[in-house]
Design a protein around this ligand. Structure first.
Ligand SMILES: NC(=O)c1ccc[n+]([C@@H]2O[C@H](COP(=O)([O-])OP(=O)(O)OC[C@H]3O[C@@H](n4cnc5c(N)ncnc54)[C@H](O)[C@@H]3O)[C@@H](O)[C@H]2O)c1
Length: 325
């Protein structure tokens, strides 16, 4: 009889983590979520009704709890909203340094495979477009995004250090903007902002002139990519880094128009100053993920937005009900 693989997911009650756990449970894994519920929510995992799942409240800045044999650690814990980059700067910086150290030494002790969540933010305001994994980025090390961007860069570098010194199997995914149900409406990221504003009948706030671009990946496609990374043979993925994201690039002003058209044509757009160091262009080169994993995203932006609206509608309606109570 083959043993049930045990996966620890840090940040498991967050947006990406909770969807990943759904997939791992359906794949037959035993899953332990470790989360401090800082930006994640118990409601994201409350639907999971499986004796192969447990959730432990734990902050990864502290050494990880003693658990039975662990085969995989998916390290997703880290606040990811630009709203938090200044207000939770030290927490973020330590989560991606001390926290990553705790995760990697734990994986080393368990001889577990690590899937390390990095980000397109490590490319900063890129001078190369699209961004290939070999591009080293253009990050302002003293800017307001630095606690996130630089700590994620350090997190990757610590992965390289563990790989070099202890030869553990670390697979790094550089995640580009991803969206879908279970993001917090007040998360501060652009799709939650726009959907919340449109559903409330407010004008949509575009920062800068709206010509900056992003490429938005629907959560199911991202989870497929992370799964493919975890399932790939050691010979293909150990020590590798891959971009995961959509190549469907769109100007932020055009995204606002798409959401207005789909959700509420009565809404307009208001412009505010662009935050410091906001990247002008963002699109992944995903050829490496294609070659190594045969992965590419399948869900077009318009379809993904439509799949996301009902969740935000429920969230906004629940909030306005509480507000009127
Ligand atoms: N969603 C995206 O577009 C995107 C893009 C790039 C990278 N990422 C990366 O993916 C991961 C998940 O992001 P998300 O979008 O799901 O954000 P999220 O905020 O929804 O999830 C992060 C989770 O980590 C938990 N967490 C934060 N600090 C912790 C700590 N010190 N100890 C334990 N738990 C902690 C939070 O409570 C939350 O549940 C992050 O590492 C993020 O950097 C996400």
């Amino acid at each position: 009889m083959t043993k049930t693989p045990h996966a620890v997911v840090t940040g498991g009650s967050g947006f990406v983590g909770s969807h990943l756990i759904d997939a791992l449970i359906s794949d037959g894994y035993q899953v332990t979520s470790l989360d401090n519920f800082g930006s994640g929510r118990p409601a994201n995992i409350s639907h999971i009704n499986s004796d192969r799942f447990i959730s432990i409240e734990h902050d990864v800045r502290e050494p990880l709890p003693d658990l039975e044999a662990v085969d995989y650690v998916f390290h997703l814990a880290s606040r990811a909203s630009p709203e938090d980059f200044e207000s939770h700067a030290v927490e973020i910086a330590l989560t991606n340094s001390q926290g990553t150290h705790n995760v990697l030494s734990y994986a080393h002790d368990h001889d577990a495979i690590v899937i390390l969540a990095s980000t397109s933010e490590i490319y900063g305001n890129p001078e190369e477009h699209p961004q290939h994994e070999e591009y080293n980025g253009n990050v302002n090390i003293r800017g307001p995004r630095a606690p996130y961007d630089e700590s994620k860069r350090f997190s990757e570098a610590l992965g390289v250090a563990y790989q070099q010194q202890y030869n553990i199997d670390i697979r790094t995914v550089r995640i580009f903007n991803t969206y879908g149900p279970r993001m917090r409406p007040d998360d501060g990221r652009v799709i939650p902002n726009f959907l919340s504003q449109a559903l409330r009948g407010d004008d949509l706030t575009v920062y800068g002139d709206g010509t900056q671009t992003r490429s938005f990946c629907y959560i199911d496609d991202l989870v497929e990519g992370i799964r493919a990374v975890a399932n790939a043979p050691q010979s293909a993925m150990a020590g590798e880094v891959v971009n995961l994201g959509s190549t469907e690039e769109i100007k932020i002003e055009d995204l606002a128009e798409v959401i207005i058209e789909v959700v509420n044509p009565d809404c307009g757009v208001v412009y505010q100053d662009l935050p410091t160091d906001d990247p002008e262009l963002r699109r992944p080169d995903i050829s490496r993920a294609g070659e190594l994993l045969g992965w590419s995203p399948k869900i077009p932006l318009s379809a993904g937005i439509k799949k996301t609206i009902p969740y935000f509608k429920t969230e906004i309606d629940a909030k306005s009900f509480v507000g009127n109570d």
